[in-house]
Design a protein around this ligand. Structure first.
Ligand code: PGA
Length: 219
C-alpha cells in the first residue's frame, strides 16, 4: 500500500478550493487498485467541502494539518479532536512549520498524538531528522528534512534510507517522505519498497500535478 498525502498548508481561497475540487473530481481514478490511499489535508475551513465533494471516492480520505492539544471545551479559536472526529480520518502532527513557527515542543506533540489516536484519528507524525523522538504507538512517520521543504532540494533516496535506518520504530510503521516532492521526482521514491508514501506540499496545490503523482503511484 502506498500513501499519497496532500498538504495544502495555509493556501487557497474558497473559490480556489472549489476549482481544485472540480478539476480533481473529473479525473479518472479507476486505475487505482486497493493498494493506494490518497489523503487530502486542506485548511480547516475547507474540510467539510472537500470531504463532501470527494466522498464517493473510497480511495480518498481527509486529514487535518494539525489538532489542538485540548480535547474540547472553552479554548476559543482552537480546533479540537471533538470538532474533527466526524470529519477526518488522519491528522498531521508535528510538521516542522508547527514546531518552528508555533514553538510546538515534543510534550505538546505527544499530547496531540495521543488525543488523535484515542479518538480514532490516525496521526501522521512528522519528524525533521532522526533526532526527533517518535511516539511509541506511531502508525505513520513522515520524514521531512527542513532544507528540502518548499526549496526544490528534494532529498536523495540514499540519504532518506540512511535516516530511516537510524529511526527506532516497529516494522509495521508506515514510512513517508516529504520535501519538494513533485510530479517529476515522485516515481523515483515510490518505486522503492522502503518508502510507503509521500507528503506533498507545493505540488498538491495543483490538481493536475497532484493527479500526475497519483498516476505514478498507481502505475
Ligand atoms: P513541499 O512541502 O512539498 O512544498 O516541499 C512538503 C511539506 O512541508 O509537507
Amino acid at each position: 500500500m502506498k500513501y499519497i498525502i496532500a498538504n495544502w498548508k495555509a493556501n487557497k481561497t474558497l473559490s480556489e478550493v472549489k476549482t481544485w475540487l472540480n478539476v480533481f473530481s473529473k479525473k479518472d481514478l479507476s486505475f487505482i487498485k486497493s493498494e493506494l490511499q490518497i489523503i487530502i489535508c486542506p485548511p480547516y475551513p475547507f474540510l467539510s467541502l472537500v470531504k463532501e465533494k470527494l466522498q464517493d471516492c473510497s480511495y480518498v480520505k481527509i486529514g487535518s494539518q494539525d489538532i489542538s492539544f485540548f480535547e474540547k471545551g472553552a479554548y476559543t479559536g482552537e480546533v479540537s479532536v471533538e470538532n474533527l472526529s466526524d470529519l477526518v480520518d488522519y491528522a498531521l502532527i508535528g510538521h516542522s512549520e508547527r514546531r518552528y513557527y508555533f514553538e510546538e515542543t515534543a510534550r505538546i506533540l505527544f499530547q496531540k498524538f495521543n488525543l488523535a489516536l484515542d479518538n480514532n484519528i490516525k496521526p501522521i507524525f512528522c519528524i525533521r531528522s532522526a533526532a526527533d523522538i517518535i511516539p511509541e504507538r506511531s502508525i505513520f512517520v513522515a520524514y521531512e528534512p527542513v532544507y528540502a521543504i518548499g526549496t526544490g532540494r528534494n532529498e536523495s533516496l540514499d540519504q532518506i534510507l540512511k535516516v530511516k535506518k537510524n529511526l527506532s520504530f516497529s516494522k509495521d510503521v508506515k514510512f513517508i517522505y516529504g520535501g519538494s516532492v513533485n510530479e517529476n521526482n515522485s516515481s523515483y521514491y515510490l518505486k522503492n519498497q522502503e518508502i510507503d508514501g509521500l507528503l506533498v506540499g507545493g505540488a498538491s496545490l495543483s490538481p493536475e500535478k497532484f493527479y500526475k503523482i497519483i498516476k505514478q503511484a498507481g502505475d
